[in-house]
Design a protein around this ligand. Sequence first.
Ligand SMILES: CC(C)(COP(=O)(O)OP(=O)(O)OC[C@H]1O[C@@H](n2cnc3c(N)ncnc32)[C@H](O)[C@@H]1OP(=O)(O)O)[C@@H](O)C(=O)NCCC(=O)NCCS
Length: 174
Amino acid sequence: MLINKQSEQNSVFRPVQAGMEQIRIRRMTRADIEQVLEVERASFAQPWSADVFSATLLLPYAHYYVAELTGNGEDSRIIGECGVRDIFGEGEITNVAVLPQFRGSGVAGRMLDTLLRESLDKGMTAFTLEVRAGNLPAIALYKRFGFVTEGVREGFYEEPVEDALIMWRRSARK
Ligand SMILES: CC(C)(COP(=O)(O)OP(=O)(O)OC[C@H]1O[C@@H](n2cnc3c(N)ncnc32)[C@H](O)[C@@H]1OP(=O)(O)O)[C@@H](O)C(=O)NCCC(=O)NCCS
């Protein structure tokens, strides 16, 4: 399946078109968890479990999203997921991931755009996340959305051991 990438100047995300199929960003529900786990397992050495997602979705301060590829009729498939926890007005972003075959076409950008817009509407004024120091696609994505590196946690990650960059976006601009 091909996804055509279109560049859009002055925009932090790029729209994605996939033939007759469409990608929709919406809130994650319990019914999504099974497919979200596939995205997790394909993306992280230490993926979250179904229990962790179930518990997280019950938290009033947790807001999780999926990218859903909708096709003809009833076909639909979760191809990406991300989430934020509202810690007293600061948004802690977790689990930004896209299925490998759908990466590089702006799917994560679209998810982050929705997450940040809706989080600002909910009153979050700053956002933070941790990323592996060698994760260049993720770092490029976050910089595009105005995140800057403010700290390093040495050897924070396991499998393999790697430093974590602590990134923040403190301005409330979209
Ligand atoms: C990080 C991730 C979510 C990005 O998803 P995506 O849908 O491919 O993201 P987008 O297409 O919106 O943007 C990817 C960016 O990485 C850039 N990129 C892609 N490969 C790259 C590479 N090897 N080196 C540097 N930049 C790269 C793209 O050019 C794009 O940046 P740009 O818009 O400035 O050009 C995806 O790679 C992923 O799921 N990785 C595994 C899980 C993960 O590491 N998550 C982050 C945890 S903090």
